[in-house]
Design a protein around this ligand. Sequence first.
Ligand code: AMP
Length: 249
Amino acid sequence: MKVLVCVKRVVDYNVKIRVKSDGTGVDVANVKMSMNPFDEIALEEAVRLREAGVATEVVAVTCGVTQCQETLRTAMAIGSDRAILVESTDELQPLAVAKILKALVDKEQPGLIILGKQAIDDDSNQTGQMLAALAGLPQATFASKVVVADGKATVSREVDGGSETLSLKLPAVVTTDLRLNEPRYVTLPNIMKAKKKPLETLKLADFGVDVTPRLKTLKVVEPPKRSAGVMVPDVKTLVEKLKNEAKVL
Ligand code: AMP
């Protein structure tokens, strides 16, 4: 079984992001970029499936600018066998990415497609769901456990008030939650090995997919500064303040 893992290059989670002075977006010039953390988890899960003999091949895929090749080299250092970059300088919103991924799913015919539950740059939490809808495949989002056997994936996922277990007929789309696994560290020998693994670059134009943005960002602003806290002498004063000042009780 082939597993397709979708990875996105995003601003590193340790970076304190700055809003551009004209309020049109986030400044990414000279900022450290990394693989979306949920996608590392997706990749780790796919590599574990291959190591367990359940999957035969892990293919990492990303849609974006030429520099995304770095992210794909990291993916191959973590353990994917090969990688595909769909190169584009256009802004790619989740629907556009889902359409491209659908075309890749048609071409690659994977048994399982794993994505992150969300990308930490746009926090959309849409691509996996849209891909499943476009490809007509079953989906299980926010997976905290995945077991693949007998042409089925059994996926546990946390829901409000408990945990739910779904059984999906393969091929299927799964998106990862934080609890699914702890991704491995990339080792130097694996970074060296990854340099020799195949990285295929495809042009967006060859997909014949309409990637016109459907959403318009009106304004991006910094979150309001938090005002200083107040020390209260006792619980009685706290309750009074919550009632009369904050008006939350
Ligand atoms: P989002 O819907 O933007 O929050 O992204 C959810 C997941 O979709 C990410 O964790 C990735 O696995 C995948 N994804 C989003 N954008 C891309 C992209 N440009 N290339 C590859 N995968 C992507």
